[in-house]
Design a protein around this ligand. Sequence first.
Ligand code: FPP
Length: 241
Amino acid sequence: MFGIKKKQKSEKIMADENLKHIAFIMDGNGRWAKQKGMPREFGHKKGAETMKNIVRYCGSINVNCVTVYAFSTENWKRPEAEVNAIMELLGQYIDYLYTVMEKDDIQVHFLGDKGRFTPELRARLEKAEADSAKYSKILNVALNYGGRDEIVHAVNALIKQGKTEITEQDIEANLYTSHCPPPDLIVRTAGEIRTSNFLMWQGAYSELYFTDVLWPDFSEEDVDNAVKEYYKRTRRFGAVV
Ligand code: FPP
């Protein structure tokens, strides 16, 4: 009517045993804020809200493991004010988790080296992990996380255990993600076509999905589109299917 084409609603697809884990590289907060003439911190604030919504939505479509890349080992190089703003959002996010962990059945894990955080923040991260351990849907928040750093950490743990020869299983058992399956799908927003040191080991056979949508604008429909694309792919894991 009146020449206005109604935007087609995306199809909500429920995940099955072939889609247990989606990981998100939440990129584009800074650009989103810049487009609005606002400081980068404003983009992170909206990005944190988007993160809450997307995690909840993934649970509602039966994706029982979600990982979000919230802060990398390299992100400390950002201006102090921006790092402080993200740390403040993290504090608020921990409070928020306590309001949803029981209702949404969320078991939270913080992936990465917690040694870089203040003792107070570290204690809060560890307490949230312990307090949510009885719930079953896994939420991994990667913080001070780097894929290379994670592998070095795993190898050092194995050396400490006295191993002189190691297997892939040994490495896997000592990664920050030893409690969950590898990601079936890795989604990156904001148009960059790279994985930036995220889940390097675990992502070896992940399907990759890139979208130009900036993270603060990433919506439930965008999840539907990524899932729809995922189910079109044929996963061979190196074999002939
Ligand atoms: C990438 O966008 C985003 C980050 C490095 C931080 C992600 C953080 C959040 C989503 C909010 C914080 C939430 C918690 C719980 C800590 P960018 O800043 O690199 O964007 P740009 O490439 O457009 O500059």
